[in-house]
Unconditional design. Structure first.
Length: 531
C-alpha cells in the first residue's frame, strides 16, 4: 500500500473524546472509543498512535511497538509516532534500536529537546557516557530552562562519578521547578547528600500544595523520609516513607501470589534428573559473571570489587536474561521441550546481545541485574560455564532499604512491607533449592561478613570466580568507572558498617515485614528447611 500523507489537523469528536480520556488517564473509556474509530477507519494513523500510547501506559510495550510500526508504515513522515516508537524501544531495553529511530526523529524535529534528552539516556544505557554528556550540554546551551533535562544531566554526571557537577545540575533543576519531586529524590538518592533545614522547609512547602501531581508527591515523601532519617528522627522518617510507598503502590500492579507460584513451578521443574539430562548443553562461553539476589543487598559493592580486577569488566544491570527467558510462552515449563542445541543458541545469543555493553578487551564481564535470581536455573542451562554470585543481606536491613528506595522502574514488590517479606522469602526458597540440586554452583556473599572481614571475603569471592588475588580489589573505592545504580556514590568510599544497622531505629514499625519473612528471618544467615 502506498504511504499515506499526514492527515489534516482536524479531529473527529470520537478522537477528541479519546484524547481527553487519555489525558485524564481514563484508559477504560479511551480504549473502546479508539477501537470503534479504527474499525470504521483502520488507516487513521492518529488513532493508531493513541491506541499505542494506551498500550504503553499499561505496560504492553510489544503491542505499542506493533501499532506504532503500523502507523509509520502508513505514514513514514509521522515524526510523532516515530518518537513514540523510540520511547517504546527504550522502555523495552532496546537502546541501540531506539537511538537509530531518534537519529531520524532529530533530523525531522531538531528543535524538540525531549528527543535529544531521550537519545542521551539511551546512550547511557549502552555505556556511551561521554557522547551523552556532550549531547546534554548542547541541549542545555540551547534551552537552559528545562528542569527535567537538567535532572537527566545530573543522573549522567552522577553515573560517571562527577558528584559535585551532578548536585549542581540537580540544584539548577530545583531552582527552575521546585515542585519537581523527582529531582529532590535524585539528590536524596545520592545517599551522601544531607538536606539542611532550608531544603526540608522547601520540600514541605511543595508537599503542602494541592496542585502537584501524585508522582511529585510520593517523590517528595521519599526525599523527606531520607532527610528525617539523616536527622535521627525515625518516626517522622517512617511516616514519610510509608506515605510515599502507599501512594506509589496505588499506581502499580503486583501480585505476590504470582511470584510464589512461579517459584513453586520452578522448584517442581528443576529436579536433579532434569538438570542432569541437560549436562553439556548450553553455550561454552565462560565470559559472564552474574551477581544476583535482592536489590540493595550489596551487589554494586561486589561488582565494584570484581571490576577492580584486571581481567573483569563491570557493565551494569543488563536486561537480556529476562528477555531471553520470557520470550517463549509458558516459561519455565517450556524449557522442558528445548533441545540442547537451542539451549546453546540461547547462551550464544546472550553473549552476542551483551557485546554492545563491553568497552574493554577484558575476558570476563559482570551482569548484575539482581532479579536474575528468578532465572538462575535458566542461566545455568544456557551458560553452564558462567560464574554466579548471590548477594545476600540481613532480611530486615535489605527489605527496609528497598522500602525506602524509590526505583525508577521495576521492583514493584518493594512498596509494601508484606510484599517485600514474601518476595525475599521466595528468593531464598528458590536459591535454597538450587543449592540442593546444584551444590556448589552458586557462591554466596553475605553483606555483613563482607563488612566484618573484607579481605577474607574478597579472596573467597575471587577464588570462586577462578581469579588470582590482586590488591586493587581491596582498594575498590579508588576504581574509576561508571556506576548506574542507587549505590553509585557509596561504592566510591571505603567499606562502612552503617548499612548493616540502618534498619534498627525503624524496627518498631517493621512487624508486617517480620510476619511475612517468618522463619527466614529467625534462621538468618542460615536458611529454614522449606517443605
Amino acid at each position: 500500500m502506498a504511504a499515506l500523507t499526514l492527515p489534516p489537523r482536524t479531529y473527529p469528536q470520537t478522537l477528541i473524546d479519546a484524547a481527553l480520556a487519555l489525558h485524564d488517564n481514563r484508559l477504560s473509556d479511551a480504549e473502546p472509543l479508539l477501537k470503534g474509530h479504527l474499525k470504521a477507519d483502520p488507516f487513521d494513523v492518529r488513532a493508531i498512535r493513541m491506541l499505542a500510547e494506551l498500550a504503553g501506559r499499561i505496560g504492553r510495550y510489544k503491542d505499542a511497538e506493533n501499532l506504532l510500526r503500523r502507523a509509520i508504515e502508513l505514514s513514514p513522515e509521522f515524526t510523532a509516532a516515530r518518537a513514540n516508537l523510540a520511547i517504546t524501544l527504550y522502555r523495552q531495553n532496546r537502546a541501540p534500536e531506539a537511538i537509530a529511530e531518534l537519529d531520524r526523529v532529530l533530523e525531522e524535529d531538531p528543535e524538540n529537546p525531549g528527543h535529544a534528552n531521550l537519545k542521551a539516556a539511551a546512550l547511557g544505557r549502552i555505556g556511551g557516557f561521554d557522547e551523552a554528556i556532550e549531547l546534554y550540554e548542547q541541549v542545555l546551551k540551547d534551552v537552559p530552562r528545562q528542569p527535567k533535562v537538567w535532572m537527566s544531566f545530573g543522573h549522567m554526571l552522577k553515573t560517571v562519578g562527577r558528584q559535585a557537577d551532578g548536585i549542581a545540575a540537580y540544584r539548577r533543576a530545583i531552582d527552575i521547578a521546585p515542585e519537581l519531586g523527582e529531582v529532590w529524590w535524585s539528590l536524596a538518592n545520592l545517599k551522601t547528600v544531607k538536606f539542611d533545614e532550608g531544603d526540608i522547609a522547601a520540600m514541605q512547602a511543595q508537599l503542602a500544595r494541592t496542585d502537584i501531581s501524585g508522582e511529585d508527591r510520593f517523590h517528595l515523601d521519599f526525599a523527606l523520609g531520607k532527610a528525617f532519617e539523616d536527622n535521627k528522627q525515625p518516626s517522622l522518617a517512617f511516616a514519610h516513607y510509608d506515605t510515599g510507598n502507599r501512594l506509589r503502590r496505588t499506581k502499580i500492579v503486583y501480585a505476590a501470589d504470582e511470584t510464589t507460584a512461579f517459584v513453586d513451578r520452578s522448584i517442581a521443574l528443576y529436579t536433579p534428573e532434569f538438570l542432569a539430562a541437560r549436562t553439556g548443553a548450553g553455550s561454552t562461553a565462560p565470559d559472564p559473571i552474574f551477581i544476583l539476589g535482592m536489590p540493595r543487598a550489596g551487589s554494586t559493592l561486589i561488582e565494584q570489587i570484581l571490576s577492580s580486577h584486571s581481567l573483569v569488566e563491570g557493565t551494569s544491570e543488563l536486561p537480556d536474561i529476562p528477555f531471553l527467558a520470557r520470550r517463549g510462552t509458558d516459561y519455565p515449563a517450556n524449557l522442558a521441550t528445548l533441545p540442547p542445541k537451542q539451549l546453546r543458541a540461547l547462551g550464544d545469543e546472550y553473549i552476542e546481545r551483551t557485546r554492545i555493553q563491553r568497552r574493554t578487551d577484558r575476558p570476563f564481564f559482570i551482569d548484575k541485574l539482581p532479579n536474575n535470581w528468578a532465572h538462575l536455573p535458566f542461566i545455568h542451562l544456557i551458560l553452564p560455564n558462567a560464574k554466579i554470585i548471590d548477594a545476600r543481606r540481613h532480611p530486615l536491613g535489605c527489605c527496609f532499604s528497598n522500602f525506602k528506595q524509590h526505583f525508577a522502574r521495576g521492583q514493584a514488590f518493594s512498596y509494601s512491607l508484606d510484599d517485600l517479606g514474601r518476595y525475599y522469602r521466595d528468593y531464598v526458597r528458590l536459591l535454597t533449592h538450587v543449592d540442593t540440586v546444584l551444590p556448589g554452583r552458586v557462591h554466596r556473599v553475605t553483606y555483613e561478613r563482607m563488612v566484618d572481614d573484607t579481605e577474607s571475603e574478597v579472596r573467597a569471592l575471587l577464588a570462586a570466580c577462578e581469579l588470582e588475588f590482586e590488591p586493587a580489589t581491596l582498594d575498590f573505592h579508588k576504581t574509576d568507572r561508571a556506576v548506574r545504580t542507587a549505590s553509585s556514590e557509596q561504592v566510591r568510599q571505603p567499606i562502612f558498617r552503617d548499612g548493616t544497622e540502618a534498619w534498627k531505629p525503624f524496627e518498631p514499625y517493621l512487624d508486617p515485614l517480620k510476619v511475612a519473612l517468618g522463619d527466614v528471618l529467625a534462621r538468618y544467615p542460615g536458611v529454614p528447611a522449606f517443605g
